[in-house]
Design a protein around this ligand. Sequence first.
Ligand SMILES: [Cu+2]
Length: 528
Amino acid sequence: MNDPADRRNFLVKGAATAGIFVAGAALGTTQEKPSVPPSGDQPGKPPQGAHENHRPSVAESDAVEYPRTHVGLGGPVGSPTDRGKLVPGYRSASLPPVPIHAPDLKTLPWKEVDGVKEFHLIAEPVRREILPGVWMDTYGYNGDMPGPTIEINQGDRVRIVVHNKLPEPTTLHLHGLELPNDMDGVPYLNQDPIEPGQEFPYEWTVHQEGTFFYHTHEGMQEALGMVGLFIVHPVKTYEPAVDRDFVLVAQGFQLRPNSTVPDTLSMEWNFLTLNGRSGPLTTPLLCKLGERVRIRFLDFSVMDHHPLHLHGHTFWITGTEGGRLPESAWYPSNNVLVGVAQVREVEFIANNPGDWAMHCHMFHHMMNSMSSQAGPLIRNNSTPEQLKVLGYPQVMLGMKMSAAKDTKMPGMDMKGMDMKEQDMPGMNLKDMPQKKTSPKPNGAPDHSKMNMKSEAPQKPMAGHEGTEGMQGMDGTARVEGRREAKGMRPGWSMGIEGLTTVLRVLPPELYDEITSGQEHEGHLMPRS
Ligand SMILES: [Cu+2]
């Protein structure tokens, strides 16, 4: 798959097959309407779970006007198909809501106890790998940061038992939920803090639905990442129904040199994460061409807002942390500003095949480890992958590679760079995907005045050692070798940093080939 021709065939093959599925929708015009609304669970298959009482919405009968397999505007502004606004997915709205998919996060299991859905949250110190070989020692829940996702149905009675295994008191706040005052989790105001070794049950009946979250109500514990998603599905599936329901939580941390513990007093952040990982370790979001996709963004940053931008598509903003918006209040965008503790839900038809960047548009948030305060956070023999992790721009990697091979790069003054082959022990240049990346011919910054050697700390930056050997070449192979990344352009991980992930809009056959039936199915929510 490293050969571009192979990749092209891979994609073309999938696209051709997809064309069979969706030709009807793709070729449809305003003149012709399909006899069967395109609301099946799979493209081209009859809708599962559709029953006689299922009344096709206006959107379904008009959906053919909106192109599902290529870009296009749909109907006029204000019409149901305007930029795909009310065009349904393939999944029938008569089915329960599709389970949540939170990439890189775990789901919290529950058991029924006396008619109550009982969850156990363990507040404890955890380690989290935010980039290959970059570990953070922090606080979280059930061994993870962010904590596992809680997913329930509107109307459920829930009990969340918090077990405090931290060396300090804590409480749990259920954010945005309308619950009894003594369940609200503000220490001293609503309850005594849960002391180390103690536990406390939070129990109430959830009448709301939407995107909520739980977190400690101690500021410095919040800054350490003590948060988790709390998703409540509506009793009746929203229309137009979606085929995918993703959720992403944004956070920021300051990891200083020689420390693996985030500096929670800092008001600057050098590592920004989505679901606890920085790009390119963020796992790509997979969907099939033509599906209706919902993405729920939560900002749990200390004090940064994030303008989250999706490439190649126009979405409609359909909900907030307060729940669903009426359709009259939706508006189209490709960039949504998510403020601290806010949620923005967006929906769109994934009709533009390919691998699309989805990222915060603040430039510093598209980088890993800005180093203005501390100088280059590297040691002398750092590999290109480590440079990448530590925030050196791609052109630097190109320079380093070229310098190592004693080839001169046009327009670059290599004096003083002191880049020699022996700086990169153990590197196998021929296997580097970066080798295939063309260096910037013009306008590249002049790094010749940087004296990396003298400014580089003598000791490796703690946390960047790759304690499990996951660094350098291994890190790249691991990031690009993931199942979810199959068929992506070799070297793609070079362009994905910080608060960034990738949405992959795949022809159905290609999607199936990649997932091999192993896709996340979630747990079907029993209706009570
Ligand atoms: Cu941002």
